[in-house]
Write a protein that binds this ligand. Structure first.
Ligand code: ADP
Ligand code: MG
Length: 423
C-alpha cells in the first residue's frame, strides 16, 4: 500500500503561533506582528504571462508566516524553519543585484531583495531593519510559489512596520497599493534572487480574494475576481506535488521566452497576446498566423500560447455563467476539456511537461477526473485535477499507487480552495 501524504494547510492561529515561537526562541522577546502570504496554484493560463496573456490563479490556503520586529538600524536578521535554523544577517545598505559584488545569496535574497526593490521603486526610503522568523506550510520548489509567498509576506510586513500605507487593511485591501508591492516583489525575485519569473505568482499572493479565482491580464496588470466555489458543485481541486525538481531559472524557460519574442517580432506584433486577440475577434486564423512563422518549433510554441489564452477566456466564461452549484453538466465538461487541452498543449507543443506530471494527469483522468493538467512552469512541480469531491480519495490513492509502482518518490497532496491574500 502506497502512503498518501496529505499536506493540509495550517490555520492562521497555528501559523501565527509557530512563527511567534520561532521568533522568541531565536531572538528572545515577542515579535511586533505576524504577517502571512499564500502560495498559489494556477488553474489555467500557463506560459502566458511573459506573452502579455491571461492567467487564472487562486491563492492557496497554504501560507508562509513571518514574525517580525522592527530594528533601529539597517540590519535584517533572518531565520527560517525550512533553512536549518541558522540566523542569517544582511546589511540593507549592501544589497545589490545578482552578479554585483554586494550580491546576497541563498534564501535571504528573497527577503533582502524586497527591501531593496521597495526603495528602488521609490515606495520606501531608508527602511528600518527587521528581525524575521519564517515558517511555512507551502511546499518549496514545487511550483506552488513558496518564493512569492515569502516575498509577499515580507512586503506586507515592511508595509506595516514602516507605515508605507500600500497594502490597506484586511477588511479593505488597497488593490492599487498592492499592485505596487507586486512590482517590488517581482523585481526582488528577478534582480536580487536572480530568478526570471513573470508577475503571476506575486499578483495571486497579494491581490487574490477568498472564494475567487484571479483573472490576471498580464499585459496591463488588470484583474477580475471570478467567483469560484467548487465545493458548492460537489467538486474538489486536487493539487499533486510530484516532488520532481523543477528548474525555472534553467535554460529551458529562457529559451521558450526567446522563441515567443522572436515569433512576435517576426509577426510584427508587440506580443503573442495580440495574435490571440486577433484570432478571437475573427480577424485572422491561427493557421494563417502559423504559416508566417520560421519553423515548426516556433509554430508549436505559438500554437500553445494562442490557444492557451483562448482557453482561459473560455473557461472563465463558463465559470461566470455557471457559478456555485450550477457548474455541472455541459459547463463542467467544458471546463474539464479546457484543462485537459491545456495539459496536452503544454506537453506536445510547448514541451515543458515531465514524466511525473503526465503520470498524475493520466491516472487522474482514468479515475474520472473532469480535467487534469500540469500547473506552473513545468519540468516537474505540481499538477492539478478537478474531481468529484466524493472521488478525491480514490484519485489520491490511485496516483500514490502509480508513483509507487513506477519507483518514483511519493507525491504530496494538497486540497485546494480559493483562499485570501497576504495580510
Ligand atoms: P517555488 O516558488 O515554486 O516554491 P522557487 O524555486 O521559486 O520554487 O522558490 C523556492 C526558494 O524560495 C527556496 O529555495 C528558498 O530559497 C526560498 N524559500 C521559499 N520558502 C522559504 C522558506 N519558508 N524559508 C526559506 N526560504 C524559502
Ligand atoms: Mg517561485
Amino acid at each position: 500500500n502506497a502512503t498518501t501524504e496529505v499536506l493540509t494547510a495550517w490555520d492562521a492561529t497555528e501559523g501565527t503561533a509557530r512563527a511567534s515561537e520561532l521568533f522568541t526562541t531565536t531572538y528572545g522577546g515577542a515579535p511586533d506582528g505576524v504577517f502571512s502570504a499564500p502560495g498559489r496554484v494556477n488553474i489555467i493560463g500557463e506560459h502566458t504571462d511573459y506573452n502579455g496573456g491571461l492567467a487564472l490563479p487562486i491563492a492557496l490556503p497554504h501560507r508562509t508566516y513571518v514574525a517580525v520586529a522592527r530594528r533601529e538600524d539597517r540590519t535584517i536578521r533572518l531565520v527560517s524553519s525550512a533553512a536549518g535554523g541558522d540566523v542569517v544577517e544582511v546589511d540593507l545598505d549592501a544589497v545589490g543585484p545578482a552578479g554585483t559584488p554586494s550580491e546576497v545569496s541563498g534564501w535571504a535574497s528573497y527577503v533582502a531583495g524586497v527591501a531593496w526593490a521597495l526603495e528602488q521603486e521609490g515606495l520606501a526610503r531608508d527602511l528600518p531593519g527587521l528581525d524575521v522568523a519564517v515558517v511555512s506550510c507551502v511546499p518549496t520548489g514545487s511550483g506552488l510559489s513558496s518564493s512569492a509567498a515569502l516575498e509577499c509576506a515580507v512586503a506586507v510586513a515592511w508595509d506595516e512596520v514602516a507605515d508605507l500605507g500600500l497594502a490597506g487593511s484586511v477588511e479593505e485591501p488597497s488593490d492599487a497599493g498592492r499592485s505596487r508591492l507586486v512590482s517590488a516583489c517581482v523585481r526582488a525575485e528577478n534582480e536580487i534572487a536572480g530568478a526570471p519569473t513573470g508577475g503571476m505568482d506575486q499578483a495571486a499572493s497579494l491581490r487574490a480574494r477568498a472564494g475567487h479565482a484571479l483573472l490576471l491580464d498580464c499585459r496591463d496588470g488588470a484583474v477580475e475576481h471570478v467567483p469560484l466555489d467548487l465545493a458548492a458543485a460537489g467538486l474538489e481541486l486536487l493539487v499533486v506535488d510530484t516532488r520532481a525538481e523543477h528548474s525555472h531559472a534553467g535554460g529551458e524557460y529562457g529559451q521558450r521566452r526567446a522563441t515567443c519574442e522572436a515569433a512576435a517580432s517576426r509577426l510584427g506584433v508587440p506580443d503573442l497576446r495580440a495574435v490571440a486577440e486577433a484570432t478571437m475577434a475573427g480577424e485572422t486564423t491561427l493557421e494563417e498566423i502559423l504559416a508566417r512563422l520560421a519553423d515548426d518549433e516556433q509554430r508549436a510554441r505559438v500554437r500553445h500560447v494562442v490557444t492557451e489564452i483562448e482557453r482561459v477566456r473560455r473557461l472563465v466564461r463558463r465559470l461566470r455563467d455557471h457559478p456555485g452549484t450550477q457548474l455541472r453538466g455541459e459547463a463542467l465538461d467544458q471546463v474539464g476539456e479546457a484543462l485537459d487541452a491545456s495539459h496536452d498543449s503544454l506537453r506536445d507543443d510547448y514541451e515543458v511537461s515531465a514524466r511525473e506530471l503526465d503520470l498524475v494527469v493520466d491516472v487522474a483522468r482514468a479515475h474520472g477526473a473532469h480535467g487534469a493538467r500540469m500547473t506552473g512552469g513545468g519540468f516537474g512541480g505540481s499538477a492539478i485535477a478537478l474531481v468529484e469531491a466524493d472521488r478525491a480519495d480514490e484519485v489520491t490513492a490511485a496516483v500514490a499507487r502509480a508513483f509507487d509502482e513506477a519507483g518514483l518518490r511519493a507525491p504530496g497532496f494538497l486540497p485546494a480552495v480559493a483562499a485570501g491574500p497576504a495580510g
